[in-house]
Design a protein around this ligand. Structure first.
Ligand code: OAD
Ligand code: ZN
Length: 254
């Protein structure tokens, strides 16, 4: 049984969030939707409604046409640079501050590559899918912040070794950064509350993190206007936008 009636669900979620000793949060594209950044699977505006992932976000695509891939990332980088964090990002940064009195009280992992959590003030953040803000050397793995520019033509070159650099994101068919994933798994296993926000919960291994919390006896709260495969496992579901639900969770904090 889970609660979906919004008022009582909100009340129940608020109680759980305030009482939790260890919260682990995972976010997806939905939390940035209200900052004007398209999600991946939205039927009308999502990236994957317009492109096939394997044509743009795969090692094969990059091998075949690095400039085409860099052009696509240049556009996304320009869009996120112009976007602002919204009330949902801000509320998560505030939740971190409130939970920080307790060691390991708060953990945030994101599948997003847009850097909006950092810009909203989140301090501890694990980026499971990398980020748009850096390029990574194909040879020596050096990370270089991208300059504010409209184009990456030709593709950036590594200042350390002169090799070609690629976007610092995880592509289809690639592994997640092992250290980031290990930290996330540990945090979700240890958490008494998992908060799953704005993700379709379709892409592994991120989708499985909240199940680790459940398996170890914790509870799951889902914030998503739509139904996902995780919904049936969630103890509390808020069918609200992240920018509505997250600030509401912080209201009336003792
Ligand atoms: P998706 O596009 O798959 O899902 C976005 C989710 O956000 C959906 O479940 C929506 O219902 C929900 N949503 C939409 N607007 C919302 C709002 N205002 N507040 C809260 N939720 C809202 O995006 P992700 O789950 O993040 O991977 O996708 C996961 C991964 O798939 C991405 O990181 C990307 C993609 O392929 C890589 O590129 C490696
Ligand atoms: Zn290099």
């Amino acid at each position: 049984m889970n609660e979906t009636q919004t008022d009582s669900a909100l009340e129940s979620a608020r109680t759980h969030v305030q009482a939790a000793e260890r919260i682990a949060v995972i976010t997806g594209a939905g939390i940035s939707a209200e900052s004007g950044i398209p999600t991946f699977r939205d039927a009308q505006t999502g990236h994957w409604a317009r492109f096939r992932p394997e044509d743009l976000a795969s090692p094969q695509a990059y091998q075949q046409d690095p400039q085409m891939v860099w052009d696509w990332y240049a556009g996304r980088y320009r869009d996120v640079s112009a976007a602002q964090p919204n009330a949902g990002h801000a509320a998560l940064a505030e939740l971190e501050r409130r939970k920080n009195g307790h060691p390991d009280g708060f953990f945030l992992a994101t599948q997003n590559v847009d850097g909006l959590h950092q810009r909203a003030g989140s301090q501890q953040l694990v980026e499971l899918h990398g980020n748009l803000t850096h390029a990574r050397c194909e040879a020596c793995q050096h990370l270089e912040p991208l300059p504010a520019t409209d184009t990456f033509e030709p593709p950036p070159v590594c200042p350390q070794c002169g090799s070609r650099m690629r976007p610092n994101v995880v592509w289809f068919g690639e592994w997640l950064p092992p250290e980031a994933l290990a930290r996330a798994e540990e945090a979700f296993e240890a958490a008494d509350l998992a908060l799953v926000i704005g993700t379709s919960s379709l892409v592994q291994p991120a989708a499985g993190l909240a199940l680790l919390t459940l398996e170890s006896g914790g509870i799951v709260i889902e914030i998503n206007p739509g139904v996902t495969p995780l919904s049936e496992w969630a103890s509390v579901i808020l069918r609200l936008r992240a920018s509505q639900a997250l600030p509401a969770l912080l209201k009336g904090w003792a």
